[in-house]
Ligand binder design. Structure first.
Ligand code: ADP
Ligand code: MG
Ligand code: ZN
Length: 477
């Protein structure tokens, strides 16, 4: 089998988080009863006129700036003509020769190194409705609530070389859109949809091979599975001297394979032309500069800063910065408690576990940064042991009580009193004569065994420093 290089470019559709649709005042809330968010404009009634949603344009510009794109000053919208029941006008309003954002780039953490992925363009368009095939005997129906929802389509150059790179890029893009608060990033519900284009070429050549576009991929896992399947399929075809057909293929989750949906249409099939109902959209330098100020520090930059400023491992920095609320939470904690690695362990461990269980993010955490820090200070002040602190965290999260309250109510204050600890230690020593003999015979590693038993016997409340000190004395005697 000859060896091939994998070449992948991505088209991503992001639903913009505007309150109203792209060209009318209808709402964009997901999951409402069918056809309740519609009006003559998005139903495609003759004689109605579209009006451009200013907020959607701002979100597109901010995203373009975050992706290092050039923002076009003179924009046109175009009609992309095709017939389908979920498209009542018979055309989709999109952008063709004049996309709002062009020629950008982003950096991803590739296999051990940074890699640039070029962004070809990002353009504004409107979403279609949804056909529902659940009608039983009376056929299919259509829900037009989604019709006219603003979309930003973000297209890369064919710069990715593996399924893993695609997943890394997509995660980064999703994090970025969520940081910008322009998209909720929900792949299952379809607010973020990804269509990879994949081709192979003999290693060492530069000409692009024939590509296949993949659809129906609504999770990161499916992105990887579908691409890996398709790489194998194309490799097999090519190494048997076959030819790849340019086509769109659907990922079939059940079968774990891709199947032809349609042979690929060309742009000229859509008879694009400028929409005569919409005036050209001009964007001033001043507007762009105003919006530039609202672009927050983005995940990749923030991750790098977490490594340099707080001395965190790459891994911690990656987990903490993937979502803006979590990164904000962590930074609020570190301001109050200047031990970044300890803080990172708590936020990534105890806190994130509870947040994931509750299906919420750090902005909604019932444990405020102040409260988490006061828990850690109880440990530092030796009021409670680290183990007790970890054990009571779920209650801290669920009850809304302060750490001090919980410690007091449950009598969890750390025991440092020598008489009480001495009694526990004596018992442990009496019960384990064999280990005592070993220790006294020079096997010092047994010491940990005693510490463990004493801690356990005290319900985790014994002061470990004191336990060490007393144990050494008693074992020596
Ligand atoms: P189409 O008009 O079919 O949508 P485009 O040229 O607009 O095709 O490209 C769509 C996406 O496919 C882009 O992300 C681009 O980088 C990628 N792409 C184009 N040609 C190839 C190829 N031969 N192999 C892999 N990806 C490709
Ligand atoms: Mg395409
Ligand atoms: Zn409408």
């Amino acid at each position: 089998m000859g060896s091939y290089e994998v070449v992948i470019g991505l088209e991503v559709h992001a639903q913009l988080l505007t309150q109203s649709k792209m060209f009318c005042a209808c709402g964009t809330t997901f999951g409402l009863p069918a056809n309740t968010q519609t009006c003559p404009v998005c139903l495609g009634m003759p004689g109605t006129l579209p009006v451009i949603n200013h907020k959607a344009v701002e979100m597109a510009i901010r995203t373009g700036l975050a992706l290092n794109c050039r923002i076009r000053s003179g924009n046109r919208f175009a009609r992309k003509n095709y017939f389908y029941p979920d498209l009542p006008k018979g055309y989709q309003i999109s952008q063709y020769e004049a996309p709002i954002c062009e020629s950008g780039w982003v950096e991803i953490n590739g296999a051990g190194a940074q890699k640039k992925i070029r962004i070809r363009r990002a353009h504004l368009e409107e979403d279609a409705g949804k056909n529902l095939h659940d009608g039983g005997t009376d056929g299919s129906r259509v829900d037009l609530n989604r019709a006219g929802t603003p979309l930003l389509e973000i297209v890369t150059e064919p710069d990715m070389r593996s399924a893993d790179e695609v997943v890394t890029y997509l995660k980064m893009l999703r994090d970025t859109l969520m940081y910008l608060e322009v998209c909720d990033g929900n792949m299952e519900q379809g607010s973020l949809r990804c269509e990879p284009n994949l081709s192979l070429r003999p290693v060492g050549t530069t000409e692009l091979g024939t590509k296949v576009e993949l659809k129906n991929i609504n999770s990161f896992k499916f992105v990887k599975d579908a691409l890996e399947y398709e790489i194998k399929r194309q490799t097999k075809v090519l190494s048997q001297s076959g030819r790849i057909q340019q086509e769109t293929r659907l990922w079939d989750v059940e079968k774990g394979e891709t199947a032809v949906m349609r042979s690929k249409e060309d742009a000229h099939d859509y008879r694009y032309f400028p929409d005569p109902d919409l005036v050209p959209l001009s964007i001033s330098e001043e507007w762009i500069e105003e919006l530039r100020k609202t672009v927050p520090e983005l995940p990749v930059a923030r991750q790098k800063r977490f490594v340099t400023e707080y001395g965190l491992p790459e891994y911690d920095a990656g987990v903490l910065t993937a979502e803006k609320p979590l990164a904000d939470y962590f930074e609020a904690c570190v301001k109050l408690y200047d031990q970044p690695k300890t803080m990172s362990n708590w936020v990534m461990g105890e806190l994130l576990r509870e947040l994931n269980n509750a299906g919420t993010d750090a902005a909604a955490s019932p444990v405020s940064p102040e409260r988490l820090v006061s828990l850690l200070k109880l440990v530092d002040g030796r009021t409670i042991s680290l183990k007790v602190a970890r054990d009571i965290f779920p209650e801290l999260y669920a009850s809304g009580k302060t750490p001090e309250q919980i410690v007091q109510e449950k009598g969890l204050t750390q025991v440092s009193d020598e008489t009480t600890l001495g009694k526990i230690i004596d018992e442990v020593i009496t019960k384990n004569p064999q280990q005592v003999a070993q220790y006294r015979g020079g096997k010092e590693t047994v010491f940990g065994f005693f510490v463990g038993h004493v801690m356990k016997a005290s319900g985790g409340k014994a002061n470990p420093g004191k336990v060490n000190e007393l144990l050494k004395k008693k074992l020596a005697g």
